[in-house]
Ligand binder design. Structure first.
Ligand SMILES: [Zn+2]
Length: 584
């Protein structure tokens, strides 16, 4: 078993360790490589602009972090092409589908970058160019592998001219047009080949050599070799077609949300909310449904107090079906003496009097966390957008307390999970302040928390969400509250959001978590603002334009008649912002 993960930097321990293993694979599998080439890898990831190419590193690793293979791709943004620097398994590991899985991920990545295709070098399968029969056999296998994806050597050029006369095994330049028509003009091909030779092999190839190879490109468009190993109807048809998949938003729905149904009159956090949203999302074709996976409780314990976690599980399991317990005693003065009776103890862990405990609250909340983590894993695999459509919501749940319909902080658990792999920002756009993640990450700078909400002088939770709560210690400056007045329309809201997004862009996170409350809508029973469907669409678009891999986690929103419509508008905006129509 392995998973594919993108490595963004060399700062976090999980990434440092993966990079160390990648460097070892480079040394093992490419013995001719100079040490300086291996050592510059972290810098390539950190300073993409310095090197003209943007470097993208993927590893295939098992769940203990053992790297079984890796691939390094470079993207050149002016000519919009990708160059595959390396793809390799670790020593003594062969097959197992690692090479194929990595290569498929690179193709998806290239399409997301809107590249015209991937170029790379492959040693020749022509006995005249490769004298060693063992190497020749390997070369044939490799070219056959790439034929499956429609990648073929460019023919009719002098690319495979040995740099030193008499050198054996000069490489072909292979082009994978990513299932698009391979219509590569002579002019563009010349520019690309010059860029590759100058930037990648400038110290090996003389200017005369480069000029000779570039000028040898005469065909317009350039020609690719015909399939040699596979029938032409098989070549270019990889078994796992990804063309329809790579830009989809993973939709992870809490399939157990309905078991949590508080039937008291006025309890607006009801199962119908999810149904209203799903009904509208069906009208968009941008989603792919991903079933929630189960995760161990350690991920919840990474952000919630163990005493609180175990209490919630025990008290819920002990309740009769259909019975709700509302907290009614709040031992705020003596936290060292939790009340013995489980039902009485509710107030020891609760913020308010309207969030009840019942038999299924724990189970539904646990499943909601699984959904958020599944969505986070979808991002770690290199995808861009995921939506955990869950209830109960989570953003009011603090380290050791529940309230505001929330039990576990789904967004915070996902943020904590992703923070092992990169910087995370949480943007809370619910009408109510995201007090949960604020307190959980208050002293940290590796997770930025930002919330736009109704001012606590009139809006729940009343005790937090003030502008002067800016973080503490190391986290000073990494919590931002933007409280707004009672009456806010779309125009004012979008102005505020634009300002907030500038702050997030400045932080430059690797992952974004959006706590999506739709209770900012006109007519919401818990809010006072007047956002319309089009405002949600614009908000989504602004967020998408950041082009940061994003998990959206569902929070509030209680006017069921417009909830789904607003949600649909948000996602169509988000998607359009993220994937603007290409210019050519
Ligand atoms: Zn809310």
């Amino acid at each position: 078993m392995f998973r594919i993960r993108r490595i963004f930097d060399d700062i976090l321990p999980a990434n440092t360790e993966a990079l160390r293993q990648v460097s070892q694979i480079l040394r093992d599998q490419f013995p001719a490589l100079r040490a300086s080439e291996v050592e510059k890898l972290p810098d390539l990831l950190k300073n993409p602009l310095k090197h003209r190419f943007k470097s993208i590193l993927y590893v295939a690793e098992n769940f203990k972090g053992l790297v079984k293979g890796f691939a390094l791709l470079s993207f050149e943004p002016e000519l919009r092409f990708c160059y595959l620097d390396y793809i390799s398994t670790a020593k003594n590991i062969t097959g197992g589908g690692i090479g194929g899985a990595l290569y498929e991920r690179l193709r998806e990545e290239s399409l997301l970058l809107d590249a015209i295709g991937i170029f790379f070098e492959c040693l020749p399968d022509d006995p005249a160019l490769c004298k060693d029969p063992v190497i020749l056999k390997q070369n044939k296998a490799r070219l056959k592998f790439y034929e499956k994806y429609g990648a073929f050597p460019i023919v009719g050029t002098a690319y495979e001219t040995p740099v030193q006369e008499g050198d054996d095994n000069p490489p072909y330049l292979v082009f994978d047009p990513l299932d698009q028509p391979a219509n590569l003009s002579r002019e563009r091909a010349r520019k690309i080949v010059r860029t590759i030779l100058q930037n990648r092999y400038g110290d090996l190839c003389s200017p005369d050599y480069i000029l000779k190879v570039v000028n040898s490109i005469q065909d317009d468009p350039v020609r690719l070799r015909s399939p040699r190993y596979l029938k032409s109807d098989v070549a270019g048809n990889p078994r796992r077609s990804f063309g329809s998949h790579h830009r989809k938003v993973a939709l992870v729905v809490n399939d157990r949300h309905e078991i949590h149904h508080v039937r008291e009159k006025g309890y607006v956090e009801a199962p119908v909310r999810i149904r209203s949203i799903l009904k509208e999302l069906e009208r968009l074709s941008i989603f792919t449904t991903v079933p929630p996976k189960e995760y161990p409780e350690k991920h919840i314990l990474a952000v919630h107090d163990a005493g609180y976690f175990h209490y919630l599980r025990r008290v819920c399991a002990a309740l009769e079906a259909g019975k709700s317990v509302y907290p009614y005693v709040f031992p705020i003065r003596n936290a060292t003496r939790p009340p013995k009776d489980l039902a009485v103890r509710a107030g020891y862990y609760c913020l308010d009097t309207f969030t009840p405990l019942n038999q299924n609250a724990y189970l539904a909340a646990r499943r909601a966390v699984d959904c958020a983590l599944t969505a986070a894993d979808y991002l770690l695999a290199g995808n861009r957008l995921a939506y955990a459509l869950v209830r109960p919501p989570g953003h009011h749940a603090e380290h050791r307390s529940f309230g505001g319909f929330c039990y576990f902080n789904n967004g915070a658990v996902a943020a904590q999970y992703l923070a092992r792999y990169g910087r995370v920002a949480i943007l809370d756009v619910d009408y109510h302040h995201g007090n949960g993640q604020q307190t959980i990450f208050y002293q940290r700078r590796d997770v930025l928390t930002l919330s736009i909400h109704g001012h606590p002088s009139f809006a729940y939770p009343y005790f937090s969400g003030f502008e002067d709560e800016t973080g503490e210690g190391e986290g000073e400056g990494f919590n931002i509250n933007i409280p707004l007045p009672e009456s806010v329309d779309g125009e004012k809201y979008l102005k505020t959001l634009t300002r907030a997004l500038k702050r997030i862009a400045f932080y430059a996170p690797d992952f974004l978590i959006v706590c999506l409350g739709l209770d900012t809508a006109k007519g919401d029973p818990t809010g006072t603002w007047t956002l319309h469907a089009n405002d949600f669409s614009k908000a989504g678009q602004l967020i998408g334009q950041l082009r940061i891999p994003t998990v959206v986690v569902q929070e509030g929103g209680y006017r069921n008649r417009v909830l789904g419509v607003n949600c649909r508008h948000f996602f169509s905006g988000l998607w359009q912002g993220f994937y603007p129509v290409s210019k050519d």
